[in-house]
Write a protein of this length. Structure first.
Length: 132
């Protein structure tokens, strides 16, 4: 990849290796923002799937992502795969995605009090009713 002169093509080449890498240096070297974001997301999800016991450190890979929607997807993925997903749900900026995350959290934990965190009234009411 290093011999490729066109930056976007070089970034796509490097991104091919992000699924097997644990080093964000491969992403840091990229200049195309959306490819760089996908690289960070690939590494974060790959590492998380390999080790369920690192929920407090691996989510930091999500923080490297510039795109809000991809960053939210990254946090949501962590939330779906951890026992205590509430902190990850709180990190999600997109309201609908955050509300769904809270709803999943309540479904899995039976912590009905967390339904109050849901902004969308219909989802909040449904949450409260379904899990009381």
């Amino acid at each position: 990849c290093k011999t490729i002169s066109t930056e976007s093509i070089k970034d796509r080449c490097l991104n091919q290796f992000s699924n097997t890498s644990t080093d964000t240096a491969i992403c840091d070297a990229m200049t195309t923002e959306n490819i760089k974001d996908n690289c960070y997301l690939n590494i974060a999800l790959s590492l998380f799937s390999k080790s369920k016991n690192t929920e407090n450190t691996l989510y930091t890979f999500c923080e490297n992502i510039a795109s809000e929607s991809l960053k939210d997807s990254c946090y949501s993925s962590y939330a779906q795969n951890t026992e205590n997903s509430l902190p990850f749900c709180k990190m999600i900026k997109t309201e609908s995605m955050r509300d769904n995350c809270y709803n999943r959290y309540v479904r899995n934990s039976r912590d009905v009090g967390a339904c109050t965190l849901i902004q969308e009234k219909s989802i909040r009411d449904s949450c409260t009713e379904n899990y009381k």
